[in-house]
Structures are given as structure tokens and as C-alpha cells.
Design a protein around this ligand. Structure first.
Ligand code: NAP
Length: 354
């Protein structure tokens, strides 16, 4: 192999006339300097991560959720699981709405073990697993039916589950998968639980969106991607739909004591990228970069926990948050006409309106 006309096997031209004369000097120093640089860099990075994590933890510190019931969709993995752990620590009754019972039961066991006997002995919190497949309207209806039968109250609903950039797939009801799970499944779920949320007011709905909403459009002429499918666009469209839904719902819920806010969690190291193919050779580098620069699930879940539990956001509704602070939206996410039209069409798509 040749680079710039010089074979890589040929020795480099010496940049300095003295090079090589002070035998042991630079040559012996190089490995030591490299080790020191790597060690120093590693320590600095670890310290920076630790400081960053410390700054980001504790959105719900001190708050108690004793006596409150919280539903979290997709609570067996990533952000949902981290939020479930923290809200259980705060003594909430946490209902994990998950599509795979075995995965969910395993996560629940691990969460209980993580919190340990001391927390369990204090009593108060409870973790409950319920099956919920957002890619099936039948499953959403069955889940809500059971919740309405069993739960006397619902204080917080966290619409967290999500699917990211999957190949073209359809839900059980024939909807494009990302729009179907991220938007339509949650749309039906929320609507079916609204009565219980209103009866439990003050109560809260938290919608996990993404900053990638910026690259989406609500293209009403092909909501189901029958004409064309682009997996990045469809993820962004579903996340834009999350924000429009949250804003329209907040408008409809004015005066009821039920608040709705949406959020973006930042870039978080979770299982969300399961459909993204990273070349085998690039994986170690990706793992290193994501370890160093992505948030941990606990860090990423802070805004969900904050919106679910903090007294700071009592009565706040229709807003969009990141890092536990309100953030501005692009005009496309504040278009009330589009939000209403999307609401009307979604009602028909999920069968709420014939
Ligand atoms: N990670 C990030 O950087 C990032 C950035 C912006 C926004 N978000 C948003 O954060 C939310 C949580 O994602 P995450 O990062 O924690 O990813 P994750 O680790 O993959 O968790 C996603 C959860 O959603 C569940 N889910 C997927 N399809 C479902 C379905 N049909 N029915 C019910 N549950 C389903 C998954 O269940 P299984 O485990 O059974 O698949 C899993 O529990 C998503 O809404 C995502 O769009 C994440």
C-alpha cells in the first residue's frame, strides 16, 4: 500500500539531523509519554463524566411519590427503566407497560434487586408489570381495560416507549411502525386513560419526544408511508407528532387539572439504536465515543422524572423541556392547525371516531 508516493514499509525521512543520535532519549521516552497521556486523558474524561453525571442526577431528589400511581410505557429498557427505578425509589406504584412479559419481569426483578432490601423494607413503592404492545390497538385497549378495572387512580402517565429507524414494517393494524408505535399507540392509550387521569387530578402526562423532530414534517398525504419510506424521516415525523399531540392535548385539558408536557432527553446510551447497523470494525470506537459523550439512561431520564414529580412544574402545561428546563420549539411544532388536523385524523385511524 502506498501513501503520498511513499511506501509505508520504507523508513520515514528524518525530520531532524540529530534524530537517532541521542539513542535512548526520545525513543525510550515515547512509550512512557504515550502511556502518561492516555492515562491522564482517561482520568480527565472519567472525572468530567462523573462531574457531568453528578450535575444531571437528582431531578426528583427529595420529592415523594408515595400514594401516587405512575404508568411508564417501555419501562423494561433504557430511559423508561431508569425512570421506573427512580420513581419506585420515590415510593410510587409504578406500572411498567411492556410488550414482552419475560423481558419486563426480568427488568422488574433487577430493579428490585438494585434498590435492595433497605428500600423495600421502608415500604411504599410497588412495581407492577402489565403487557402493552403499542403496535397493536387491541393490546392497547386490553391494557387500558385492565388499568381502568384495577387502578382507583392514575397520577402520572409517561409515554416513553419508542422505536427508532426500523426497516419498513407495519403494525398489527397496518400503520407504518414508527408512526404507529411512537404516535398512534400512545394517542389511543392516552385517550382511553384520560377519564382516570381527570378523576385523579392534579395529574400529569409526560411525552418523550426527541430533538430530531426538527427533521420531520406531518405529510398528511402519506401518513402511512405507502408512497415512500425513509426511516430517518419517519422517526422524526413521529417525534414531531408527539409534540403536536402534547400541545393539542394540553389545550383540550385546560382547566381539568391534568397537565401535559413533552421533552427531549438528549443523546442517551440505550438500546434504541437496535435497528442501526454499525460496521463491526467501527463498533469499539462507537462504544468508546458513546461511553464518553452520551448520557447514561439515568442522566437521560432526569427530565421525565422532573416532569413527573417536581413541584416546580405543578400546573405547567403544553411546554417542551430539555435538561429539566423549558426550551423553545420550531414554528412547525407550534402549528395549531396542523396539530388539530393530526388529532382529528389520528382519532379516525385508531377507531375513536368512526
Ligand atoms: N436514546 C436516545 O438517545 C433518545 C434520544 C431522543 C429520544 N429518545 C426517546 O426516548 C424513548 C425511550 O427510548 P430509549 O432510548 O430508552 O430506547 P430503548 O432502550 O430501546 O427503550 C425503548 C422501549 O420502548 C419499548 N417498545 C418498543 N416498541 C414497543 C411496542 N410496540 N410496544 C411497547 N413498547 C415498545 C421497548 O421494548 P423492548 O425492549 O421490548 O423492545 C423498550 O422498552 C423513545 O421514545 C425514544 O424515541 C431516545
Amino acid at each position: 500500500m502506498r501513501l503520498g508516493g511513499r511506501s509505508l514499509t520504507q523508513p520515514r525521512a528524518q525530520p531532524c539531523a540529530h534524530a537517532g543520535r541521542s539513542a535512548a532519549g526520545p525513543a525510550a521516552m515515547a512509550p512512557a509519554a504515550l502511556t502518561a497521556a492516555l492515562l491522564g486523558g482517561g482520568l480527565l474524561l472519567a472525572a468530567w463524566r462523573w462531574l457531568r453525571a453528578a450535575a444531571r442526577r437528582g431531578a426528583g431528589a427529595g420529592a415523594s411519590m408515595r400514594g401516587k400511581t405512575v404508568i411508564i410505557t417501555g419501562a423494561n429498557s433504557g430511559l423508561g427503566r431508569a425512570a421506573a427505578t427512580e420513581l419506585l425509589r420515590m415510593k410510587a406504584r409504578v406500572i411498567m407497560g411492556c410488550r414482552d412479559r419475560a423481558r419486563a419481569e426480568r427488568a422488574a426483578r433487577e430493579i428490585r434487586a438494585e434498590l435492595g432490601e433497605r428500600e423495600a423494607a421502608e415500604g411504599g413503592g410497588e412495581l407492577v408489570v402489565r403487557e402493552l404492545d403499542l403496535a397493536s390497538l387491541r393490546s392497547v385497549r386490553a391494557f387500558c381495560h385492565r388499568v381502568l378495572q384495577e387502578e382507583p387512580r392514575l397520577d402520572v402517565l409517561i409515554n416513553n416507549a419508542g422505536i427508532f429507524q426500523c426497516p419498513y414494517m407495519k403494525t398489527e393494524d397496518g400503520f407504518e411502525m414508527q408512526f404507529g408505535v411512537n404516535h398512534l399507540g400512545h394517542f389511543l392509550l392516552t385517550n382511553l386513560l384520560l377519564g382516570l387521569l381527570k378523576n385523579s387530578a392534579p395529574s400529569r402526562i409526560v411525552v418523550v419526544s426527541s430533538k430530531l423532530y426538527k427533521y420531520g414534517e406531518i405529510n398528511f398525504e402519506d401518513l402511512n408511508s405507502d408512497i415512500s419510506y425513509n426511516k430517518s424521516f419517519c422517526y422524526s415525523r413521529s417525534k414531531l407528532a408527539n409534540i403536536l399531540f402534547a400541545r393539542e392535548l394540553a389545550r383540550r385539558l385546560e382547566g381539568t387539572g391534568v397537565t401535559v408536557n413533552s421533552l427531549h432527553p438528549g443523546i442517551v446510551r440505550t438500546n434504541l439504536g437496535r435497528h442501526v447497523n454499525i460496521p463491526l470494525l467501527a463498533k469499539p470506537l462507537f462504544n468508546l465515543v458513546s461511553w464518553a459523550f452520551f448520557k447514561t439512561p439515568l442522566e437521560g431520564a432526569q427530565t421525565s422524572i422532573y416532569l413527573a414529580s417536581s413541584p416546580d412544574v405543578e400546573g405547567v402545561s403544553g411546554k417542551y423541556f430539555g435538561d429539566c428546563k423549558e426550551e423553545e420549539l420550531l414554528p412547525k411544532a407550534m402549528d395549531d392547525l396542523v396539530a388539530r388536523k393530526l388529532w382529528d385524523i389520528s382519532e379516525v385511524m385508531v377507531g375513536l371516531l368512526k
